[in-house]
Design a protein around this ligand. Structure first.
Ligand SMILES: [Zn+2]
Length: 153
């Protein structure tokens, strides 16, 4: 458990803030044992100018096809979580990207991750990608076809 938000910075100095609540939820899905499954969901929050604040997220449901090394985001409940957050916040909270877990301490994106991000995430605005490993997070920002790894500050 953490009691502080996490802050990451891009080369252009823009910030990505991950709320305490979101951080703790991500930590709770870490694949700490060999039998734990990979989990995934979407990230939801606010854009404040060039900065991004991740305030909530969707969590895996029993309708997701889950296995240890791959997750298919087949369930519509992820899109529903985005729609509900958007309505409840009077349009302040938006879809901001995706998260998933990896069964490794310090995670890095796989070739499949990169190809699926390039293929499936088509938004002109920047999107955030988080991989929760066992001891560390990998956080990236996708702007058009470029994916930049962000630095924790
Ligand atoms: Zn992955």
């Amino acid at each position: 458990m953490v009691d502080k938000e996490l802050v990451f910075k891009a080369l252009d100095e823009s910030l990505v803030v991950i709320s305490t609540e979101v951080t703790n939820t991500l930590l709770s899905y870490r694949q700490l044992s060999d039998s734990s499954q990979e989990s995934a969901g979407v990230l939801i929050g606010e854009r404040r100018g060039v900065h991004i604040i991740i305030k909530t997220l969707s969590e895996p449901s029993r309708w997701d096809i889950r296995s240890r090394f791959m997750v298919d985001r087949v369930s519509k409940h992820h899109q529903m979580a985005v729609d509900i957050a958007f309505k409840k916040s009077n349009g302040e909270l938006h879809y901001l990207g995706e998260w998933h877990t990896h069964p490794e301490d310090v995670p890095s994106p796989s070739i499949i991750d990169y190809s699926s991000w390039h293929k499936n995430l088509k938004l002109s605005e920047p999107l955030i990608l988080i991989i929760a490993g066992r001891t560390d997070f990998w956080v990236g920002k996708k702007i058009q076809d470029n994916i930049e790894m962000l630095k924790r500050i």
